[in-house]
Design a protein around this ligand. Structure first.
Ligand code: G3I
Length: 385
């Protein structure tokens, strides 16, 4: 196995290995076997994988998925095996539910939710309101129509899934400083409709339609040590302070955690400090979309894998010091199904170097990142004892 010499057979068994990886997914056995002998009986041995390690320190671990997990059963099984909760990548987004017009098609979202429910995994639906990626048909709507569509979307969608999803990302990525709006707000149809008040309105309406789902405000970029991070961190904190003081039903702040070296690196201590200050407002915290972009890393795949692993471990060591951290979700689980393929393909259609941002490789074998994540959870469990 191309995992570095220090990773023992026992740990591979615990993670689920090549025998499992080459299973029902339609992934080639040759691919999985090429690098060495496959550990057998891995599925039964795994029994919880990363979720089990996270549970040792009281944190829920999971991976978000979409239709690829339904189309590739071994991948779906890997998600189940390593997750204590899960959620969608795309299928609950406005432009997926209402791609052609205001009338929704919930079939795709229902299939994902059924997958999670059948496996006993609490499900976080994402996202209800996001100013990015509006469907084309929305762009010609009047102000009055936008306001009506905003309310109608929240009411219909929240009522439909009430009692069936554990949580909703109600508002995603409210800030985008490059839009140059006062306060750093991200512009888009919903911001046009109500201005900054769209956030409080969305949460109040979501709570009215579903009294039980945990309601999440989700933001990106906070880990960045650049101008964007420096603008978004205080803007998010001020927003949370303001709406919590106004009695808006916000339960959780989600910090995405797409770790990208190319934006000035990270200051994990500052980030953990932000988490503590957010938590002081009476919310809990989740890392909602964790992955580590290796596109700015140099060297062989082994070398990049080691560096990706190190970033996972350092990041988790910092955030696991915050007691209000309730969950960590990775944005996918295998390098075969990462959004970074789309990013790389946009740069160059032939992109020869495949992205490797996740804990399992393209053949569903655990990478050094898997063991780094596991180590971080177990170290936090020892500290918390
Ligand atoms: O499924 C179609 C495919 O049929 C078509 O051939 C192809 C052509 O471009 O597009 C495919 O859909 C793409 C889809 O991802 C699935 O791959 C969409 O164009 C593309 O816009 C969509 O991007 C998603 C993006 O959010 C926008 O919704 C990414 O998968 C998803 O990973 C990304 O997730 C976001 C979070 O929601 C918020 N935080 C950042 C994160 C990463 O950008």
């Amino acid at each position: 196995m191309r995992l570095g010499g220090t990773i023992g057979r026992r740990r591979l068994l615990a993670a689920g290995g090549a025998a499992f990886a080459a299973g029902a997914a339609g992934l080639s056995t040759a691919d999985a076997a090429r690098d060495g002998p496959a550990p057998g009986g891995a599925v039964a041995a795994a029994g919880g994988g990363l979720a089990r390690a996270a549970a040792r320190c009281g944190v829920l671990f999971g991976s978000a998925f979409d239709t690829e997990a339904l189309d590739h059963p071994a991948y779906g099984e890997l998600i189940r095996q390593n997750s204590a909760h899960t959620g969608n990548l795309n299928s609950f987004k406005y432009d997926w539910l209402r791609s052609k017009g205001p009338s929704a098609d919930f079939a795709g979202a229902e299939r994902l939710l059924a997958f999670a429910t059948e496996r006993g995994l609490p499900f976080t639906a994402a996202v209800l309101v996001w100013n990015d990626y509006p469907p084309a048909w929305l762009k010609s709507k009047s102000l009055a129509e936008l306001r009506y569509l905003f309310d109608a979307h929240i009411d219909e969608t929240m009522q439909r899934f009430a009692g069936r999803v554990a949580a909703w990302v109600v508002v995603n990525e409210p800030f985008a400083p490059w839009d140059r709006e006062p306060g750093g707000w991200r512009t888009g149809p919903w911001y046009t409709a109500f201005g900054p008040d769209y956030v409080a309105r969305a949460f109040r309406r979501a709570r009215a339609a579903d009294g039980r789902a945990r309601l999440i405000l989700n933001e990106a970029f906070c880990e960045r040590r650049d101008l964007v991070g420096a603008a978004v961190r205080p803007a998010l904190l001020a927003l949370v302070e303001r709406i919590k003081h106004a009695g808006v039903p916000l339960d959780t702040v989600g910090l995405q955690g797409h770790l990208q070296l190319q934006h000035g690196g990270f200051d994990h201590a500052d980030y953990a400090d932000l988490m503590r200050r957010l938590a002081a407002e009476g919310v809990d915290i989740e890392i909602t979309e964790l992955d580590v972009d290796d596109s700015a890393m140099k060297g062989t795949a082994d070398r990049r894998d080691a560096e990706v692993a190190r970033h996972y471990e350092e990041f988790l060591a910092a955030v696991l010091q915050v007691p209000q951290l309730r969950g960590v979700t990775t944005w996918g689980l295998s390098d075969r199904f990462t959004w970074y393929h789309e990013v790389a393909a946009k740069e160059s259609p032939l992109y020869p170097r495949k992205p490797r941002p996740l804990p399992f490789d393209e053949a569903l074998r655990p990478k050094p990142a898997y063991f780094a994540i596991e180590r971080a959870f177990l170290a936090a469990a020892r500290r918390r004892r």
